[in-house]
Design a protein around this ligand. Structure first.
Ligand SMILES: [Zn+2]
Length: 148
């Protein structure tokens, strides 16, 4: 059995599994999250099985974000409670990616919605920031992306 056969998003994409889909086109579809953080929580999912952000072609990434933006507008225009939006993409298990098929969460937010992110923000000195900035700058350049 291939990985694609086991992928729940691929199965929903071809209607082998049921899903509530408020939007779809040839490239991506929106799927209501089975365990919503708030009512209206959905995901924008490419139809092609792409497991990680690194493998996502830039044009498809643009499409993913563009439809995510439209979904955010639709949620705000709907009768669902939505005073704010989080766009959330988890890449890798360490970042809580649960389904190994790239997806962008679109989460309606409102005061008192019980959604929280626990983080221990650290203090960074300017020297710390310059050092980490240099590490990232070098990696950008190694990947062929230089500042203009
Ligand atoms: Zn898949």
């Amino acid at each position: 059995m291939s990985e694609i056969k086991r992928c729940v998003f691929c199965a929903v994409s071809v209607a082998e599994l049921p899903g509530s889909i408020p939007y779809e086109d040839a490239d991506v579809f929106a799927l209501m999250d089975l365990h919503p953080v708030t009512p209206g929580h959905l995901m924008i999912i490419p139809r092609r099985h792409i497991s990680s952000l690194a493998d996502l072609p830039p044009e498809l990434g643009q499409k993913l974000f563009s439809v995510g933006q439209q979904a955010a507008a639709a949620l705000r225009a709907s009768t669902l409670r939505c005073d704010g939006i989080n766009l959330w993409l988890s890449d890798g298990e360490a970042a809580f990616q649960e389904v190994p098929h790239v997806h962008l969460h679109v989460i309606p937010r409102f005061e008192g919605d019980q959604f929280s992110i626990q983080a221990n923000h650290q203090h960074a000195t300017r020297a710390d920031l310059e050092r980490t900035s240099e590490l990232v700058r070098v990696a950008f350049a190694r990947l062929g992306h230089r500042s203009e």
